[in-house]
Design a protein around this ligand. Sequence first.
Ligand code: ZN
Length: 223
Amino acid sequence: MEARKAVVLFSGGQDSTTLLFWAKKHFDQVIAFTIAYGQRHEIELTQAKKIAQIAEVEHVIIPMNFFHYLAPNALTHETIPVEKGLPSSGTLPNTFVPGRNLFFLTAAAAFAYHKNIHDLVGGMCQTDYSGYPDCREPFIQSAEKTLSLAMDFPFKIHTPLMYLTKAQTWQMAKALGCLEIVIEYSHTCYQGERTKRHPWGYGCGECPACLLRKRGFEEAFPC
Ligand code: ZN
């Protein structure tokens, strides 16, 4: 039987690191696909490289450094501060990058096409997230159809985290045996903070990404 292969959208964060190990379990060959979109902090890419190496998967980094020309936002502009705390429901936080996942999925699909790979894996999740429209299931289904039509090549987009809470994603990491790797190496903090290790990993502990990560961890593994 032909080896099953998958391309994983991989940022080096908690979700996509867990996903990388999920993909390794479900596919024979996994390629970690990282997009350098002009992240404020190089640290994300550094951590992504380390994790891919530990996971022993092929890692490609694609430059896509144009988002700050399209729409200024707090993830690509150092002059725009990330809003503190968790956003109230119904409002999009200023870390929202319009169309980002559509660009990312298109790039991953184009890359996969050339390798004759039909399976894409993404960490989109509509449960805990800040209401990003491109993390919702209807968008993923639509993108799957659009990309398949665009390339005349059937794609399947797997999003195993779609309906999991952050706590459940932590538990998934434990079940997959990659919990320590996620804690030690994955990076989510919007402030690029990595000096002190907390039980849930590194980070400022105050930005929205840290708060979700920390809260999920404490819920998953109450002490
Ligand atoms: Zn933080």
